[in-house]
Design a protein around this ligand. Sequence first.
Ligand code: GLY
Length: 374
Amino acid sequence: MTADLSTPSATLTLNVGLGERAYDIHVGPDALTAGLPGIQAACPRGQTLIVTDEHVAERHLERLQARLGEVGIRSTALILPPGETSKSWEMLQFLTEAFLDAGLERKDSVIALGGGVIGDLVGFAAAVAKRGLGFVQMPTTLLSQVDSSVGGKTGINTRQGKNLAGAFHQPRLVVADAGFLSTLPDRELKSGYAEIVKAALIGDADLFDRLEAHGASVTQPDILKTAIAAAIDFKARIVEADEYEAGKRALLNLGHTFGHAFEADAPKDVIRHGEAVAAGMGLAFEYSTRLGLCPAEDTARVRAHLRTVGLPDHPKTLAHTDWSAESLVARMQDDKKNSGGEITLILARGIGNAYIEPKADRADLTDFLTTELT
Ligand code: GLY
């Protein structure tokens, strides 16, 4: 994907090449129209169940049901309470049984209309019901369009932590319609933009150059939509190479080991996921520079771009600032991608050149965080 970010693009169709689990991703201003034939194919009996939340239903459900009706698909909607608390065992049971009560068969698909919470939960229930129904991801937030809707990670939270029960279950189709983003609050949009920067920092230095060249205007719709497609395409290639995260897919966790620790240590709902990831990426680059791996100039560019677009570039610029290095490192120790009791960190040798460090030095990390946070 090398599109010029300043050129408004039409709707694009990308593909995740996973053999019999391959699927298309329609992205752009009229992705829903482009996706209708794929939805028909995913719903061969002309019926579906749409699962969404109260906020999204208010804004987008009627239009979606009308468009489905135009192509002969009957739909019923299940409207859940919004928020992370819906990613629960209770809701998983409720949805799985609702899918069974509706008489859905394996060849049928349900539609997940919403952000990451809806996509993760519905995808998991679809994986469980009859050992695997189809599902269509229809992400309505920037974060879910560029990250969670692609790649088949589904799951719920348990009392031990976030996303600790789940399944890899690929959707049959992803419809990332730019129209859904027009109603997103600015803070939500910026939070999602952090995941676009992440894709560039992991492995696409040219994309970072192009994002950086647009400065603060990069989150304007025309520029953003090509950046969204570039980030989705980047993720699709990683998922193709490592569907089950045995290796390089872990790179997608850049900024997340620090970020999850910030989310876990901050009071509930004070910081957004993308903000925590942005601050985490700033720290991952700082730490890479401290280890002598990454030029200081690259780290300065990363942090400057995050600040330019109005994202935090460091935990001290998050909405919560009262951090303890020991507590953060303890949280990082609990991260689910760790192995053998070691902390796995995604670090960088420069912009567009991230790598997996499977054994971060805990004492050095604590020292680094103590220095950064005082
Ligand atoms: N969100 C990271 C992944 O899908 O692997």
